[in-house]
Design a binder for this molecule. Structure first.
Ligand code: SAJ
Length: 451
């Protein structure tokens, strides 16, 4: 389609079908990069923008800057793929700008929205208002953030929503490390103020994902839906974690209880563990807590669940030390090998790693902490609290703790490891090991939720 300057080019079904849209993605991290690649794959012209010179340099070389190996051979290299450090180069050309930037929390568990604001500034400083682009926030936030943070930016620039620009929200849904739940597969929710903008975004995202796109009546509904997804998950995990602390005290194994309960048709089973890590589940509840508290609404359950889950590493440390004491060893210089630092199996991401908090708790009790995780490269190994080992068989231990159920952990030579363990105490923090097999190899097997 020939573009006539001055005419408003909305995101029409025809332009979506003809791939006659230029899509900008601000933030090329674990969500933004697959999103940019995905829209490129389905035929759109894409402009990727990131503040990291290293990310931009690697992408310009056709290299994957992230740690998701499934993207290694997917970095495009053609005229429809444009990468830049500078929003001024790209944003003026974009009909759609997607913002996928981090939304962390501060040290006192308050939402940190500076990246959302900075990305908004980059977008609204450089959009071409004559083509009325749509700027879409995908990062997880609390209901109201898009308007609270970006609304003033429009006002400051004399931009009128619905005339010069449209705002929308489409929460990222993505399971790091699981190819079955990537940007091309997962169902999406999208919210915008104007129904025609929402329906155009349904058409646009329907080119990206086979999972379906669900429109809602407002940006705030879409924002709320995403944070609720992860709050619910945190609550459910907190319940099984609390059950894992209760049942051993009354002589019952929580896993046997959960297996029996799961025979009920609407029982949703979760797994007790040493803690809840990652950049989503332990973080997102604090966004809803902030919004609800500001509105004077109760947050008792949500905050209690966060407290249960964040206390798990300490609870686990206490149980490990209690087991060691029963075997005649106190914490002083007890050599404990922690297996797995990443927050979940099969990936290298260690954000909010429960293992780190467990290591700190045990270290503070006087233990000697050793750690092995084949996914954590040497440049990402924090060594204030623990000594990293390249091979678990290289060290002598007293206790081994399964913290992250990497397949590589399960595949270790546990017989040989037993030979290197003076105390021979094993704590299965994820209930993934074959207890009978290891007991036969001489291990004293204990586990979370086990009497
Ligand atoms: N965890 C448990 N017990 C469980 C489930 C998880 O202790 O039963 C722990 C994990 O060990 C990990 C943490 O919780 O430390 C988070 O695990 P997760 O499986 O929720 O994985 P995430 O953090 O990668 O969550 C992502 C989220 N995706 C997005 O936010 C887009 C989340 O919404 C998804 O529900 C989740 O993937 C998923 O379904 O796998």
């Amino acid at each position: 389609m020939n573009r006539v300057e001055g005419l408003v080019f909305m995101i029409t079904g025809e332009r979506v079908d003809n791939r006659d849209l230029t899509i900008g993605v601000i933030g090329l991290g674990y969500v933004g990069l697959p999103t940019a690649i995905g829209f490129h794959e389905v035929g759109f012209t894409v402009h990727g923008i990131d503040v990291s010179k290293e990310v931009i340099s690697l992408l310009k070389q056709g290299k994957n800057p992230g740690d998701d190996p499934t993207l290694d051979d997917k970095i495009p290299n053609d005229e429809r793929w444009n990468i830049s450090l500078n929003a001024s180069d790209s944003i003026p050309l974009c009909d759609v700008v997607i913002v996928t930037v981090p939304t962390p929390i501060s040290d006192n568990n308050k939402p940190d929205l500076r990246f959302v604001k900075e990305a908004g500034i980059s977008a609204f400083d450089h959009i071409n208002k004559s083509i009325q682009p749509t700027v879409i926030l995908e990062s997880t936030v609390y209901p109201g953030v898009t308007r609270e943070i970006w609304g003033p930016l429009l006002d400051e620039r004399g931009l009128i929503e619905g005339v010069h620009v449209n705002m929308a929200y489409c929460p990222e849904r993505f399971v790091p490390g699981d190819p079955n739940y990537g940007v091309r597969e997962v169902p999406r929710v999208v919210g915008a103020e104007k129904p025609e903008i929402c329906s155009s975004l349904v058409a646009l995202y329907s080119t990206l994902t086979s999972g379906g796109v669900f429109p809602v009546s407002s940006i705030e509904i879409a924002e709320a839906s995403k944070v609720v997804e992860n709050v619910q998950r945190d609550l459910n995990i907190a319940l099984v974690n609390e059950l894992a602390l209760i049942f051993p005290e009354i002589g019952l194994d929580v896993e046997e209880v959960l297996t029996a309960a799961a025979t009920k048709w609407n029982f949703h089973r979760y797994a007790p563990g040493i803690g809840v890590g990652g950049h989503c589940i332990p973080i997102d509840p604090y966004y809803l807590i902030q919004k609800a508290t500001a509105a004077g609404a109760p947050v008792d359950l949500i905050t209690s669940a966060r407290k249960v889950n964040s206390n798990m590493p300490t609870q686990i440390a206490n149980r490990i030390l209690r087991h060691a004491k029963k075997l005649g060893r106190d914490a002083n210089n007890l050599r404990i090998l922690l297996l797995g630092w990443a927050y979940k199996p099969g990936i290298s991401d260690s954000r909010e790693s429960p293992t780190k908090h467990l290591a700190i708790s045990l270290h503070n009790s006087g233990c000697k902490i050793l750690t092995w995780d084949p996914y954590i490269t040497s440049k990402n190994r924090p060594n204030e609290i623990t000594q990293w080992v390249d091979n678990p068989l290289d060290v002598n231990t007293d206790v081994i703790v399964i913290c992250t159920a990497h397949q590589e952990v399960l595949n270790l030579d546990w017989g040989a490891l037993r030979e290197k363990s003076d105390l021979g105490l094993l704590f299965d923090g994820r209930r993934v090991i074959d207890e009978e097999l290891l007991t036969n190899q001489g291990w004293i097997v204990t586990a979370i939720g086990k009497p």
